[in-house]
Design a protein around this ligand. Structure first.
Ligand SMILES: Cc1ncc(COP(=O)(O)O)c(C=O)c1O
Length: 398
């Protein structure tokens, strides 16, 4: 495998990702190795390939050159020793959780985690005897107090959805490390362009590659990146049994999208800050949450952790509450009413009438969501066009 050029900047490394050498020369675009099986000269060589993630390619569930190129590219950007690609973000998350936890273990997790991750932790608790304690993550002492002798994992997210809370990740990793607990971070919302948790002490980083890494709403994928070979081997062994492996074509689409990741992230951040600032002054808007705004409670911390930008997701509260939220979500024309994020197009969503519709206003408040909260996952369109669309929808909702 040809390595990326030894250059310091992610803008360059996303373009010059590793490719497999074939005949002494190398393709400049990563080929799609769609075939799932490989042949050997003799049985000894074949037996060696069974053993671990670094052996010869054998069967694509265990490893595939196109998938390996994606794993190496994301591991390189995240500053980890190795990556493991999966069929979806949840495939990567479940591979990590199931490989590292056993019955009787305890997990400390942030209460704002992605819904399917919370559901999975609930399932592990109910069916597999894994104990879970939820914390806000806002105070390292809260996390320290939640640790128990059987705590195995601390599970966090870089930027919370849709509250955009950012916690002091390096301090939380240090608390975990002190206690011999592994830190796992979902870095989907920041991408390795904005934040690289392993440099600050995380043990495992997970991504829904479906979002910023792929970037174009045309692929489902996930990647886990490991700080040590030991963790990689452990999760790889479990993942190949689980069968959550990435498909080569999905890996190729993700790699293709990643070539513009740095450019896209810059634009996502610029557009989000621009819209957040304009929303702040709008009479129909009661409050705006974006870590790039100076009055965001975590602005200073987020700026220290992510000096190059504060991400592409913001949320705001409509003064008109639940009904206004529903009207707004149905009134956007350029933005789409959609649940995903991290792609070139802008999406809006009204959690109280969709993803969180079963919750009362009080339960919503406990989750940090208002009845009139709108989440905007900002794309890379021209900011004036985006604002014109949000403004016309706000007038209908206001
Ligand atoms: C933060 C986060 N993590 C994980 C996932 C799951 O990823 P996937 O849908 O690729 O399985 C999502 C999906 O929205 C997400 O937002």
């Amino acid at each position: 495998m040809n390595s990326p050029h030894d250059v310091p900047h992610p803008e360059t490394r996303t373009v010059h990702t590793p490719v497999v050498e074939v005949t002494g020369s190398r393709p400049l675009g990563t080929p799609i190795y769609q075939g799932h099986i490989f042949a050997f000269e003799d049985s000894d060589a074949m037996a060696e390939a069974f053993g671990g993630p670094d052996g010869a390619f054998f069967y694509s569930r265990l490893g595939n050159p196109t998938v390996r190129a994606l794993e190496e590219a994301v591991a390189d950007l995240e500053g980890g020793v190795a990556g493991l690609a999966a069929a979806s973000g949840m495939g990567a998350i479940n591979s990590v959780l199931l490989a590292l936890l056993r019955s009787g273990d305890h997990v400390v997790a942030q209460s704002c985690l992605y819904g399917a991750t919370i559901a999975m932790l609930g399932d592990l608790a109910e069916r597999w005897g894994v104990e879970v304690t939820y914390v806000s993550g806002a105070d390292p002492e809260e996390v320290r107090a939640a640790l128990r002798p059987n705590t195995r994992l601390l599970y966090l997210e870089t930027i919370a959805n849709p509250t955009t809370q950012v916690v002091d990740l390096p301090a939380l990793f240090a608390v975990a490390k002190d206690a011999g607990v592994l830190s796992v971070v979902d870095n989907t919302f920041a991408s390795p362009i904005l934040y690289r948790p392993i440099a600050d002490g995380a043990d495992v980083v997970v991504h829904s590659a479906t979002k910023y890494l792929g970037g174009h709403s045309d692929v489902l994928g996930g990647v886990a990146v490991f700080a040590t070979e030991e963790l990689h081997r452990k999760v790889w062994h479990y993942a190949v049994e689980l069968g959550a492996s990435a498909d080569p074509f999905a890996a190729w689409l993700t790699l293709r999208g990643m070539q513009t990741l740095a450019l896209r992230m810059r634009r996502h951040c610029e557009n989000a800050l621009d819209l957040a600032t304009r929303l702040t002054d709008h009479p129909a808007v009661a409050s705006v949450r974006y870590p790039g705004l100076p009055d965001h409670p975590d602005h200073e911390l987020a700026s220290r952790l992510m000096p190059d930008g504060h991400g592409g997701v913001l949320s705001f509260d409509l003064a008109g509450g639940r009904e206004a939220g529903k009207v707004f979500a149905g009134a956007v024309r350029l933005a789409s009413l959609s649940a995903s994020l991290g792609t070139v197009k802008t999406y809006v969503m009204h959690p109280a009438s969709t993803s969180h519709r079963q919750l009362t206003d009080e339960q919503l408040r406990a989750a940090g969501i208002g009845a009139g909260t709108i989440r905007v996952t900002v794309g890379i369109e021209h900011p004036d066009d985006l604002w014109a669309d949000l403004d016309q929808a706000l007038r209908k909702a206001g």
